[in-house]
Design a protein around this ligand. Sequence first.
Ligand SMILES: Cc1cc2nc3c(=O)[nH]c(=O)nc-3n(C[C@H](O)[C@H](O)[C@H](O)COP(=O)(O)OP(=O)(O)OC[C@H]3O[C@@H](n4cnc5c(N)ncnc54)[C@H](O)[C@@H]3O)c2cc1C
Length: 438
Amino acid sequence: MTLNNLEIDTLVVGAGQAGVAMSEHLSKLGVPHLVLERNRIAEAWRTGRWDSLVANGPVWHDRFPGLEFDLDADAFAGKDQVADYFEAYVRKYDLPIRTGVQVKKVTRKADRPGFTIETSEGTLHAARVVAATGPFQRPVIPAIAPKDPALHQIHSAAYFNPQQLPEGAVLVVGAGSSGVQIADELMRAGRKVYLSVGAHDRPPRAYRNRDFCWWLGVLGEWDAEIMKPGREHVTIAVSGARGGHTVDFRALAHQGMTLVGLTQSFQDGVVRFQDNLVDNIRLGDENYLALLDAADAYIERNGLDLPEEPQARMRLPDPECMTRPILELDLAKAGVTSVIWATGYGLDFSWLAVDAFDANGKPRHQRGVSSEPGVYFLGLPWLSRRGSSFIWGVWHDAKHVAGHIATQRTYLAYRDKAQRQSAAATESSENAALEGVN
Ligand SMILES: Cc1cc2nc3c(=O)[nH]c(=O)nc-3n(C[C@H](O)[C@H](O)[C@H](O)COP(=O)(O)OP(=O)(O)OC[C@H]3O[C@@H](n4cnc5c(N)ncnc54)[C@H](O)[C@@H]3O)c2cc1C
């Protein structure tokens, strides 16, 4: 099928989990559509993650309803298994996805409804466009990163394994799920590691025989619709590595990792840290304990028979890096040769040249339905709820967006009485003409 001059009802850009979910729901509702993906299906899982990455949630949770993983329900799928899963999903539902096609520019048509879509394989036309290009499009490294050619600096998106780094100690900046897992892997590989810890949530991996994904589900946390004010920069530190375990910063420090506060500045080979490590760990502890309390209350309220787990409330003694926090570090003296910036991602909608963004470049939308008619977003963090950028959540958001598209099509298909009569008259004269021919 050639793309040039193709007319399609709905074009979906991107075939990660968001594009796959979108295509499934559009197919179910009978909406003619096409998904264009510049690389391969679920490429981010295939090549955009480090080698040992496993999903943060067990496979009973981190999946779509229509297909189970061929793994034990409590297992954590490796990144390639997740990519294989989405490929299998596309095969199962026979979804219309074209890979290896980049969408270069989308513009609204001046002379008629719909959009012109310039791609690496020609120009096509669509009534609607769904941007499913991911929550994490552009690795962000803060401006404080030093311009020091002697220091090997990469974003966590470019980290694959410890062997790729030059010999020496490593400073990992950011202790969300990526930073803390990478720091742990490096320490296990024998590296000296400094981990810069900011504000974080730290749920228990499991409590009273239930994974934290289950707890966030029953406690309504995945469905939370609004981020609590002031928590925009709070990351979540969880890990499914080695069968899954609770992230415990004190335990990491007792194993040899040096924890430091937020990274503040670099100057003349010296990095300075804010004096907030102890506060950040304390707030993480409070978040952890609040979840245990909420879980206990839920069990009590619902009369569940789940074993008590008092040891979950035990805490290791504070390590030396907490009792005597390091506020500055001479990188050369400490033998630090690499910095890994696990500092998150930004969005990049430079290809979407429509009026759907606010003054800060953020998509304007309600549950994925843009303020610009015919434009939709999917997979963005907090699109409709906390779970929106995760496997489980995006499937539900896609259902809503596809439903909106189908409803719009139903309205557009409406004809008033005069139009219906005129269509019926045309049809009967065409039938009469055909009968004459036969
Ligand atoms: C390290 C890490 C671990 C994660 N672990 C989990 C987890 O365990 N569980 C979980 O539920 N979530 C996890 N997530 C979050 C989320 O599930 C992933 O980020 C997931 O990849 C998002 O899927 P998506 O389809 O929204 O975006 P993506 O997977 O990024 O897919 C977007 C697709 O759009 C394509 N694209 C972009 N621009 C264009 C264009 N112009 N033309 C054509 N194609 C284009 C890209 O090639 C890409 O394939 C993790 C995220 C990260 C970063």
